[in-house]
Ligand binder design. Structure first.
Ligand SMILES: Nc1ncnc2c1ncn2[C@@H]1O[C@H](COP(=O)(O)OP(=O)(O)OP(=O)(O)O)[C@@H](O)[C@H]1O
Ligand SMILES: [Mg+2]
Length: 269
C-alpha cells in the first residue's frame, strides 16, 4: 500500500479505540482487508474525491458491534474536536486525524453505522503498481526460502517463539524449537540435520545466542546462522564479533523480512 506504516497503525488504533468505547459491555471487533478496484459511488461523487489509481485500492474495514451513531453524529464524526464523550475522555481528534491521513495518502474513508447494531469504518488506500513490490506478496516471500528447510529456532519468550514458528511454517520450513541455548545443544546431537540455526541473542539467564551459534557451527560447519535481537547494542556487538556469514535480524520483523534474511544466510552457507 502507498501509505506511511506508522500513520496507518495510528489510524487503525484510533478506530479500534472508538470501537472499544462504543462497546462498553463487550462485542466483536473485526478487521478485514481486501483489494478494491474503485471507490463506492457515494465517495466517488464527493467534490474532493481522489481519482482511481491504476491498481485500485486496498479497502481496510474495521467493524464493531457497538452502539452505532445517529445521523447527526455520523455527519460530524470527522470534524476536529467533535466528540460526544464526556469532558476529559475524548479530544474529538481521533477521526479527524484518520481523515487527514487518508487524504494525504490520496485515499478515502467511509462510515457505515446503524444505531444499536454497530459501525464499520472503511479506509481506501491506493495500491502501488504491482511491479513496485514483488517481494511483498505472499508467494514471492515464500519462494526465496528453499522448501523443507530444517530450522532450529531458539527463543526464550514463548509468545515470540510461537509467532516466529508460524512464520517459518508458512515459509514451509520444518521447525524444531528450543527455549534456551542449553536445550538447543541437546537438539544439536550427532544425528542432527539442521540447515539453519535461528536464535535470539539474549536467552534469559543461560548461554547467549552468539555462544550457542559458535558451538553449533563447531559441530556442524555448514550450519547457516541467523541471529535476532530487539536491542541495537546487542546487534552492534554481534556485528563486530561474529563471522561475516552470520546475519543479524532486528526484532520486530515481518515474515517477508525473515524470509529475505533466511535466503541470504542459506545462500551464503
Ligand atoms: N465506532 C464508533 N461507534 C460509535 N460512535 C463512534 C464510533 N467512532 C466514533 N464515534 C463517534 O464519533 C465521535 C468522534 O470520534 P473521534 O475519534 O474523532 O473523537 P473521540 O473518540 O470522541 O475522542 P478521541 O478520539 O480524541 O479520544 C465520537 O465521540 C463518537 O461519538
Ligand atoms: Mg476517538
Amino acid at each position: 500500500m502507498l501509505a506511511d506504516p506508522g500513520e496507518l497503525e495510528a489510524a487503525l488504533l484510533n478506530i479500534a479505540i472508538n470501537a472499544r468505547d462504543a462497546m462498553p459491555d463487550g462485542g466483536t471487533l473485526r478487521f478485514r482487508a481486501e483489494p478494491c478496484a474503485a471507490l463506492p459511488r457515494e465517495i466517488r461523487t464527493e467534490p474532493d474525491a481522489p481519482g482511481a489509481p491504476d491498481d485500485g485500492f486496498v479497502a481496510i474495514s474495521i467493524t464493531d458491534t457497538g452502539g452505532g451513531m445517529p445521523d447527526e453524529v455520523k455527519e460530524r464524526a470527522f470534524e476536529p474536536i467533535f466528540t460526544t464523550k464526556e469532558a476529559g475522555r475524548g479530544t474529538g481528534l481521533g477521526l479527524s486525524t484518520v481523515y487527514g491521513f487518508v487524504k494525504q495518502s490520496r485515499g478515502a474513508v467511509a462510515i457505515d453505522s446503524t444505531p444499536g447494531v454497530g459501525t464499520t469504518l472503511t479506509l481506501y488506500i491506493p495500491r502501488p503498481r504491482a511491479v513496485d513490490a514483488p517481494l511483498h506478496d505472499e508467494a514471492n516471500a515464500a519462494k526465496v526460502v528453499p522448501t523443507g528447510l530444517n530450522v532450529l529456532l531458539v527463543e526464550d519468550e514463548s509468545e515470540v517463539r510461537a509467532v516466529v514458528r508460524i512464520f517459518l511454517e508458512t515459509l514451509r520450513c520444518n521447525v524444531t524449537v528450543a527455549a534456551s541455548g542449553e536445550q538447543a545443544l541437546l537438539a544439536l546431537g550427532p544425528n542432527a540435520t539442521f540447515d539453519l540455526l535461528l536464535t535470539d541473542i539474549a536467552l534469559g539467564a543461560g548461554m547467549r545466542g552468539t555462544q550457542l551459534a559458535a558451538l553449533a557451527q563447531k559441530r556442524f560447519p555448514s550450519l547457516a546462522v541467523l541471529l535476532m535481537s530487539g536491542f541495537s547494542s546487542e546487534l552492534l556487538d554481534a556485528d563486530r564479533d561474529s563471522p561475516p556469514t552470520w546475519e543479524l535480524l532486528r526484532k520486530p520483523y515481518s515474515r517477508d523480512e525473515l524470509a529475505r534474511a533466511i535466503a541470504l544466510v542459506v545462500g551464503a552457507a
